[in-house]
Design a protein around this ligand. Structure first.
Ligand SMILES: N[C@@H](CCC[C@H](N)C(=O)O)C(=O)O
Length: 295
């Protein structure tokens, strides 16, 4: 038995600040989606198209999440568009929560989602009276700021020092004078020392827009340049706060940054206990059926 029907495999398409995903409901974990199948589905010309894929499966039905099943009924099996697996996706988890509510699998309000980085607690706001979808806030956990201190990112002849921030997945955050300095980002920026990121890295380029307000571009591991990265915005907010001499653990006061991305805006708040809340939109745009036999 598979998640396919005789008519084909149901899918949806959604995005969070234009970081877009193919959503595959596979509640009982019956599908075998390897890297090649994921890359085909995410192909923007020959497939559905997306920066990544979200497989919706009961935690108890996937060995990667079975241990979390008591805490979170649903597991977000996230893959990058090249088919690689990543620990966490901040925009993806908002879209995932939107799907659960849309499908009647969860109510608006608090909701737990299992991810490879652990359980994430999500708050889905009620839709507005005019039907405008409510924003979604995610407790993204704590940032780790591991060494080394000598990380450098290079694009062409330009080099910058970078901050290593781990949000469950790895990030290198670079402050630049102008976002255009990152170039076309058709290829991955060079990051050194390579040993700092044995599994690859997401790279954020950041400029200041105002007080506690920054803008960024991102080159994502496994997906290339995208129009947003939720975990990246959290990494950027923490790196910007430390650069600005702000640490909620020291002051006892939460610190918020507005982070603009090419696809929209996210608000990131770090609490004195180090937990980071990300608030932003999530949109479902289409639903359909993949032709039987195509995949
Ligand atoms: N777009 C995501 C991050 C997706 C995973 C990333 N490409 C990685 O490989 O770590 C987000 O919104 O956080």
């Amino acid at each position: 038995m598979s998640a396919s029907t005789p008519q084909g495999l149901p899918f949806l398409k959604g995005h969070g600040t234009e970081n877009d995903f193919v959503i595959i409901p596979d509640f009982d974990g019956l599908l075998r989606l390897g890297p090649a199948e994921v890359a085909r589905l995410c192909d923007r010309r020959a497939g559905i198209g997306g920066d990544g894929l979200l497989r919706v499966v009961r935690s108890a039905r996937d060995e990667a999440a079975a241990a979390l099943a008591e805490q979170a009924e649903w597991f977000m099996d996230y893959r990058n568009s090249d088919g690689s697996v990543a620990e966490m996706c901040g925009n993806g988890v908002r879209v995932f929560a939107r799907y659960l509510v849309h499908a009647g699998l969860a109510e608006p309000g608090p909701l737990a989602v299992a991810t490879r980085a652990g359980v994430r607690h999500v708050l889905v706001a009620e839709d507005g009276p005019d039907g405008t979808p409510g924003e979604i806030t995610v407790d993204m956990g704590r940032a780790l700021l591991p060494g080394p201190d000598d990380i450098e990112v290079a694009v062409g002849e330009r080099r910058w020092p970078a901050r290593n921030v781990n949000m469950g997945n790895p990030h290198a955050v670079v402050f630049v004078a102008d976002l255009a300095q990152a170039g076309n980002l058709y290829g991955a920026p060079e990051v050194s020392p390579a040993e700092a990121y044995p599994q690859g890295v997401n790279v954020e380029f950041v400029v200041d827009r105002g007080e506690r307000h920054v803008a960024m571009r991102v080159h994502e591991r496994g997906s290339g340049e995208t129009r947003s990265c939720g975990t990246g915005t959290c990494a950027v907010a923490v790196a910007a706060a430390r650069r600005d001499g702000l640490d909620p653990a020291v002051t006892g006061e939460p610190v918020s940054y507005t982070v603009d991305v090419p696809g929209g805006r996210l608000v990131i708040t770090e609490q004195p206990d180090g937990r980071i809340a990300m608030t932003g939109p999530a949109v479902l745009v289409a639903a359909g059926v993949i032709e039987p036999g195509w995949l």
